[in-house]
Design a protein around this ligand. Structure first.
Ligand code: BES
Ligand code: ZN
Length: 974
C-alpha cells in the first residue's frame, strides 16, 4: 500500500459523479455564485476539462502493472510480533486495533463507488468515498479491505476541509485498514468523508468481484465480471465497513465497453460517453442511489446479456438476464418471479421498496443463488428452465430458489440480522418462506408435504450428532461465519418456524412478520425481536421467547418416548443422540443452558379418532394424558410438523404396522413418511430393533405416494452403503426389488400425470436401475441406445434414469457419448443430469478419468466439482477412488475453492461419511491430523462421528437384518 501524500486536485477530479466535486466548488471557492469573477470561471472550465481527462486516465488509461493487486500478500506469516504477540501491519508497524470486529463508534452513511473492471487485462480500478459519522471523539477509524492496493487516500470534514492522515495501515489477517489522523481528531457526532483509490484484479475464485465466462452457441468465449459478497467478500471489491449492521446508501458508477451492459442493485439513471476525450470507447453508467442496506447485499455485473421482463401488479419491473442463446429458458423464471413478488407483498403486507428486480444467470457461481437487493444472482441450474428438456424436480428447484431469494428481499434485506450469529434468521426464514411462496404459485405440488423431506428430515439427521451445534452460535471471523451456512441454520431454522406456525396459526405468524418488518425496516434485528412480535400478536397466549430459546440456544432435539399404563399415556423427553453415549462420555458432552429439555408442542391423534387432533405442551417436562381404553395406538407429531421424534411401545408399533399394511391411507402421506423416518432413525440410534423398520417397510408394497417413498428410498440407500460389504447385501437388494415391484408397474414409463407422480416415477425408476431390476434396466438401456444411435429424444423426467442405466450397464462408448453431450449442451439442467449420470460408471478407469477431468476448469466448472465427487462416492465402485482423489489433490482443491469453506466442508462429508469400517475411520482421522481444514473442522467432526456410528450400527444390526431377510424371502418366495 502506498503511503504517499495525495495530490488534492487529481483526487477530487476523479470524483465527478459523487457530488463531492460540485460541493467543493460551491462551498470552498464560491465560483458558481460569483459569476463576475470571469477569470476564476475560466479557471474552473480548464479545471473541469482537466478533471474529466484525469478521470478517464484514471479509469480507462493504460493499466499499471501492479503485481500485488488481487493477490494475497506475501508476508502473511509476519502478522504478529512474536515477542509481544501484537498484530503487525504489512509495513511492520504494530496494528493498533486488535479485534476482528470493527469498532462501533464510526458509522458509514453513504458510499460513492466508481469502478472499472477491465475484462481484457482483468485489472480493476476503483474509487470509493465513504461518508461516515463518529459518535465519540477519536483520532482513528478502522474498516475492511482485502487484497486491494490503495493508491490514494484523503479525509475531509463536513465542510470539505482536509484532515491530514498520519497513517493508513493494513492488517491482512483481519482484512482491516486502520486510518489515523495526524494532528486533528474526529469530533464527537461529527460527519466526515474518506476518499480512497484502489486497484485490484478480478478474482479467479467465485467470491468478491470475479471473472466468469461462457461459450456462445457459435463456440466463442465471452467474459463477464460479477460479484458475490456474502458473508465477507464486499471488502475484497472495495474498502468498506463490511459488517451487516453498518447499513448505508450506495451510489455506484461503472465504466464499461459499449458492447457490454452494467447492472447494479438500482437502475441506471445516466450514461456518459467517457470515451469522448480519450477515444477509449468506454461508457460510464451512473446508478440511482440505493436505500439503506448492508454491504453483503451490494452487487454489480458487467456482461453482454439480454433480458426478458414482466411487471408485478404494482408495476415493479422484474427482469431475467441471460446470455442471448439462453434467453428462451428465462421465461419461466420471470413470470413466476413476478407472481411470487406479488404474493410476498401481500403476505408480508409490505411493498417491495426498490424500482426494479433483476435476476441474472451467472455461469460460474459457488452457491445456488444470492439475494443481492434488486440484482439477484443465480447459478444457471437455479433459474434456466426449458419446457421440453428440464425435469420436474429441476423445475421445482428453480421455483424454490426463486422464492427463497425473493423472500430474502424482505427477510434479510429490508430487515437484517445484527450479526452473523443470527444467520439463521435470514436463512431459516427464507427456507421456510420459499415453500410458502411456491405453494402459492403451484398449490398442486404439495410443497408443505415436501417440506418435511427437504427440511425437517435432513435437519433431524444432522442434529442428532454430538458434533451438531445450536442454531444461535457465537461467530467472529470469516471462516467461522462461513461454516454456519449449514443444514442447522437453513433446515433446522426452517423446521422450527414451521413448528412455531403450527401452534401459533398462520394468521398470527403473518401479523407478527408484518410488525417485525415494519418496525425494523432498513435496520437490523435479532432473534429476540422476532420472538417479541409473535408473543405480542398471540396476545401473550405464548411466551414465544421462552419456548423458542429451548430450540435455538441448545443443539439437538428431544425423543418423545410414549409409554402406556391402562388408559394413561406418559410422554417423556430425552435428547436423541445417534452415537452410543455411556455415562462417562455423557459428562464430556457440551452442556446446555436448558439441560437438554424443550418446550414441546406434542400433537397426536388416536387410531379411533384420527380426525381429532390433540395438543399437549411438555414444558421442559414429561407429560401424562388420558386416552380411551379401546385405543390401540396414538400417532404423535402429526404430519411431522414438530422438530422431534417419537418412540412408541412395541405393541403400538405392531399395531401401527398392521394398520399400515391393511390400509395405509388411514395415515396421511406425511404421517407415513414420518413413521418410516422415525422407525429407521430409532434403529440407527440403537433404540429400535432393525426388525421394526423392516416389518414396517413391507407396507410399501401398497404405497403409491411420493413423500413416503422418498423418505424410504433415502433410508434404503443409507442402509445399502453400510451393508454393501456384508454377506446379506445381495439379499437386501432382492428385498428392495420386491418392494418396488408394484410401484414400478404403477408409475410405468410414460412421462405423464400430476407433478408428484412424475417425481415418484423418476425416483422409483432410478431405484430400479440401482438394484438392477431387469425390466427397468432393459427398457432404460433400449431408450439409451435409441438416443445414442438413432438420435431419438428422451422425455425430460426419464433422462436421469436412462442416462444412468446407459452408463452403469454400458462401457466406454456410452460414457464417451454422454461426456461429449455434456461438453456440448447449452441447457444447464441437461448438463446437470449428464454430470450425475457420468458418475454411475462401474469401470474404475472411467471413474478415475472422470475425477481427473473434474480438475480441469475448461471441462468441469469448479462449482460442479462437488457434484462429481458426490456421484462418484455414492457409487460403490467409486467410493474409494473418490477418497484417494480427495487426498491426492487436497491442496489443489483448497486453492481451487479459495478460503470459502463451503465446498471443502461439503467434500469432506460427501466423500467420507458413508464409510463404515474401523480401517476407514483410522485412515480419515489420521489423514486430517496433518491437514489444515480451517473452517471445515465441524464438518470433519461430523463425518468422523458418522463413520463411528456406521461401524457400530453394522456390528449391531447386520446379523438381525440378514436373518430377517432370509425369513422374509423364504416365506415370500416367488
Ligand atoms: N444467502 C444465500 C447464499 C449464500 C450461501 C451466501 C452460502 C453465502 C454462503 C442464499 O440466499 C441461499 O441460501 N442460497 C441457497 C439456495 C436456497 C434455495 C437454499 C444456496 O445457495 O444453496
Ligand atoms: Zn438464503
Amino acid at each position: 500500500m502506498s503511503e504517499q501524500d495525495v495530490d488534492d486536485v487529481a483526487f477530487l477530479t476523479g470524483d465527478s459523479n459523487t457530488g463531492l466535486h460540485k460541493r467543493s466548488i460551491y462551498e470552498h471557492n464560491g465560483v458558481a455564485v460569483c459569476s463576475q469573477k470571469r477569470a476564476l470561471c475560466i479557471a474552473t472550465i480548464v479545471f473541469a476539462v482537466l478533471f474529466a481527462i484525469s478521470l478517464i486516465i484514471a479509469f480507462a488509461g493504460p493499466q499499471n502493472d501492479c503485481p500485488c493487486a488481487g493477490e494475497k500478500p506475501a508476508n502473511l506469516e509476519a502478522e504478529e510480533d512474536k515477542e509481544s504477540s501484537k498484530p503487525l501491519a504489512t509495513n511492520g508497524e504494530v496494528f493498533p486495533w486488535n479485534n476482528v470486529r470493527l469498532p462501533t463508534f464510526a458509522h458509514p452513511t453513504r458510499y460513492n463507488i466508481t469502478i472499472h473492471p477491465n475484462l481484457t487485462t482483468l485489472e480493476i480500478k476503483g474509487q470509493v468515498t465513504i461518508e461516515f459519522y463518529v459518535d465519540k471523539e477519536t483520532n482513528f477509524i478502522v474498516f475492511h479491505s482485502k487484497n486491494l492496493t490503495i493508491s490514494e487516500k484523503m479525509v475531509q470534514d463536513r465542510k470539505g476541509h482536509r484532515l491530514k492522515v498520519a497513517k493508513l495501515l493494513e492488517y491482512p489477517k483481519h482484512q482491516q485498514l486502520y486510518l489515523e489522523l495526524e494532528e486533528s481528531k474526529f469530533r464527537k457526532r461529527g460527519n466526515y468523508t474518506v476518499h480512497l483509490r484502489f486497484v485490484s484484479k478480478l478474482s479467479s475464485e467465485l467470491e468478491g468481484f470475479y471473472l466468469s465466462s461462457y461459450i456462445t452457441a457459435d463456440g466463442e468465449k465471452r467474459y463477464l465480471a460479477t460479484t458475490h459478497f456474502e458473508p465477507t467478500y464486499a471488502r475484497s471489491a472495495f474498502p468498506c465497513f463490511d459488517e451487516p449492521q453498518f447499513k448505508a446508501k450506495f451510489k455506484m458508477s461503472i465504466f464499461r465497453d459499449r458492447f457490454h451492459i452494467a447492472l447494479c442493485n438500482m437502475p441506471v439513471v445516466n450514461t456518459e460517453d467517457a470515451g469522448f476525450y480519450m477515444g477509449t470507447g468506454l461508457l460510464r453508467d451512473d446508478f440511482q442511489e440505493s436505500v439503506e442496506m448492508s454491504t453483503y447485499l451490494v452487487a454489480f455485473v458487467v456482461c453482454d446479456y439480454e433480458r426478458v421482463s414482466e411487471m408485478t401488479r404494482r408495476n415493479v419491473s422484474v427482469s431475467v438476464y441471460a446470455a442471448k442463446s439462453m434467453l428462451p429458458q428465462a421465461q419461466y423464471a420471470v413470470s413466476i418471479a413476478a407472481r411470487i413478488m406479488d404474493y410476498f407483498e401481500l403476505f408480508f403486507g409490505v411493498h417491495y421498496p426498490l424500482p426494479k428486480q433483476d435476476l441474472i444467470a451467472i455461469p460460474d457461481f459457488a452457491a445456488g443463488a444470492m439475494e443481492n437487493w434488486g440484482l439477484i444472482t443465480y447459478r444457471e441450474t437455479s433459474i434456466l428452465y426449458d419446457p421440453v428438456e428440464t425435469s420436474t424436480i429441476a423445475h421445482q428447484w428453480i421455483a424454490i430458489v426463486i422464492a427463497h431469494e425473493l423472500a430474502h428481499q424482505w427477510f434479510g434485506n429490508l430487515v437484517t440480522m445484527k450479526w452473523w450469529n443470527d444467520l439463521w434468521l435470514n436463512e431459516g426464514a427464507a427456507s421456510f418462506l420459499e415453500h410458502k411462496g411456491v405453494n402459492h404459485v403451484s398449490p398442486q405440488w404439495g410443497m408443505m408435504d415436501q417440506f418435511i423431506l427437504e427440511k425437517t428430515q435432513p435437519a433431524l439427521r444432522l442434529d442428532a450428532l454430538v458434533s451438531s451445534h445450536p442454531i444461535s452460535v457465537p461467530v467472529k471471523d470469516p471462516s467461522e461465519i462461513e461454516a454456519i451456512f449449514d443444514a442447522i441454520s437453513y433446515s433446522k431454522g426452517a423446521s422450527i418456524l414451521y413448528m412455531l406456525e403450527s401452534f401459533l396459526c398462520e394468521d398470527v405468524m403473518k401479523r407478527g412478520l408484518n410488525d417485525y418488518l415494519n418496525s425494523h425496516s432498513y435496520q437490523n434485528a435479532d432473534t429476540n425481536d422476532l420472538w417479541a412480535v409473535f408473543t405480542k400478536h398471540s396476545n401473550h397466549t405464548f411466551d414465544v421467547k421462552a419456548i423458542m430459546d429451548t430450540w435455538t440456544q441448545q443443539m439437538g432435539f428431544p425423543l418423545i418416548t410414549i409409554s402406556r399404563e391402562g388408559n394413561i399415556i406418559t410422554a417423556t423427553q430425552k435428547r436423541l443422540l445417534l452415537s452410543p453415549v455411556d455415562n462417562e462420555t455423557e459428562l464430556l458432552l457440551p452442556k446446555s443452558p436448558f439441560n437438554y429439555k424443550w418446550y414441546v408442542p406434542l400433537s397426536y391423534y388416536t387410531d379411533k379418532e384420527p380426525q381429532n387432533v390433540h395438543n399437549v405442551w411438555m414444558n421442559m417436562t414429561d407429560v401424562t394424558f388420558e386416552i380411551p381404553t379401546d385405543v390401540e395406538f396414538i400417532k404423535g407429531n402429526i404430519n411431522q410438523t414438530g422438530f422431534y421424534r417419537v418412540a412408541y411401545p412395541e405393541e403400538m408399533w405392531t399395531s401401527i404396522i398392521s394398520t399400515l399394511i391393511n390400509n395405509h391411507t388411514k395415515f396421511s402421506p406425511a404421517d407415513r413418511a414420518n413413521l418410516i423416518d422415525d422407525a429407521f432413525t430409532l434403529c440407527k440410534a440403537g433404540i429400535l430393533n432393525a426388525t421394526i423398520p423392516l416389518e414396517l417397510s413391507v407396507y410399501l408394497l401398497n404405497e403409491r405416494d411420493f413423500v413416503p417413498w422418498s423418505t424410504a428410498l433415502e433410508h434404503f440407500s443409507s442402509w445399502a452403503s453400510k451393508l454393501s460389504e456384508s454377506s446379506g447385501y445381495k439379499r437386501y437388494l432382492k428385498f428392495i426389488k420386491r418392494l418396488i415391484g408394484p410401484v414400478i408397474r404403477y408409475v410405468n414409463w410414460k412421462d405423464d400425470g400430476p407433478h408428484l407422480r412424475k417425481l415418484l416415477r423418476s425416483n422409483i425408476l432410478h431405484c430400479g436401475v440401482w438394484v438392477n431390476l431387469e425390466d427397468v434396466v432393459k427398457s432404460a438401456h433400449d431408450l439409451f441406445n435409441d438416443w445414442m444411435l438413432k438420435g431419438k429424444s428422451i422425455s425430460s423426467n426419464l433422462k436421469e434414469v436412462v442416462y444412468s442405466a446407459g452408463i452403469k450397464y454400458g462401457g466406454e462408448k456410452e460414457w464417451n457419448y454422454c461426456w461429449e453431450a455434456y461438453q456440448k449442451s447449452q441447457i444447464p439442467s441437461e448438463r446437470r443430469i449428464l454430470l450425475n449420470a457420468l458418475g454411475q460408471a462401474t469401470d474404475p478407469w472411467l471413474l478415475q478419468r472422470y475425477l481427473l477431468a473434474s480438475l480441469d476448469r475448461d471441462k468441469v466448472r469448479p462449482q460442479d466439482v462437488e457434484g462429481v465427487f458426490a456421484v462418484v462416492s455414492r457409487n460403490q465402485e467409486g467410493k474409494l477412488l473418490a477418497w484417494r482423489h480427495l487426498k491426492a489433490y487436497w491442496s489443489k482443491m483448497q486453492a481451487m475453492f479459495g478460503n470459502g469453506t463451503f465446498t471443502l466442508s461439503g467434500l469432506i462429508s460427501i466423500v467420507t461419511s458413508d464409510f463404515s469400517t474401523e480401517y476407514d475411520y483410522q485412515e480419515v482421522s489420521e489423514y486430517f491430523k496433518n491437514v489444515d481444514v480451517g473452517g471445515s473442522q465441524r464438518a470433519l467432526e461430523q463425518s468422523l462421528e458418522t463413520i463411528k456410528l456406521n461401524i457400530h450400527w453394522v456390528n449391531e444390526n447386520v446379523e438381525t437384518i440378514n436373518q430377517w431377510l432370509i425369513n422374509y424371502l423364504n416365506e415370500h418366495a416367488s
